[in-house]
Ligand binder design. Sequence first.
Ligand code: KDG
Length: 333
Amino acid sequence: MRKTIVAVLLVLLLAAGLFAEGRQEGAEETYKITAGIGLNDKSAQYESLIYFKELVEKESAGRIIVDVYHSSQLGDDREMMEALQRGEQEMTCPSTAPMVPFVPEYGVFDLPFLFPSEAEADKVLDSAVGQQLLDKLSDIGIKGLVFWENGYRNLTNSYQTVRTPTDVKGMRVRTMENPMHLDAWRAMGANPTPMAFGELFSAMQQGVVDGQENPWGTIYLQNFFEVQDYATDTGHVYSPFVLMIAQSFWDRLPADLQGIVMDAAVKSRDHNRDLNRRYNKEYMEKLKDVMEVTVLTPAEKAEFQKAVQPVYAKYADTIGQSLIDDVLAEMKK
Ligand code: KDG
């Protein structure tokens, strides 16, 4: 009996030795990035993630595999960020609004009508100020890679044409889980309610909410027009996305693979912005065939701008006036 035990132990030791040697002699370690998003597999966000995946897998010659999940299959924006913090998921790409409970400074992007154009948004997001915000994520165990784009958000609703803040009076509008968005809609007279993206379609279908706000591409590609008849180009806030990765995973990646991931992130950012802008334009036109799309005059838009002004004063301290000033200065450069 003793002889058998010794023999088994010897075989096991030998096998372990051979295995260790195999790894030393070049069987390189492989890494898996599980990436989840809330939008569906028709979105510019999904297509950009596939673009990122293909680049990373090709450049790393298969040493990194990227598995992509859409439609909140892995959870909503907040839950996926928490999974990154726990090291249970490697990558996600939330809108900045639901990131505010994690890092309050991201609230700067929730200031209504902050960016007059996409070009000005790019300038700020790709500047040192944008980089500081990405770096801030390391305080919560996440590495911010780059800013992608969700885009200008527009209001839809199920019961009437909206041209002025008076038209949204009492309207139950779903917002992202963000206090400034709630306050902005209250300032416009609506009755907003925060909700995760994955619950939104059925909430509109069941009449739990009357309206919501999202970029044109999302409104079309998520079939929101099936449960909403009216849209207005409020463009009240520009939503950036942040492509982010679990810090614990990043720290385990060898330097050459970190370089490949970073490089693919930057390339995917440019790809994402081009695609998203094309989609938002194209799908706004397509929406005109399936719902009533109201385009505001500058004077009408100014009324919405005026209504949300109190939000600036209320949130200046939480965001930090100096950050707001830095963003405004960067925009003017
Ligand atoms: O994948 C991103 C979505 O989860 C979400 O951020 C989309 O704009 C969005 C919303 O309204 O929740």
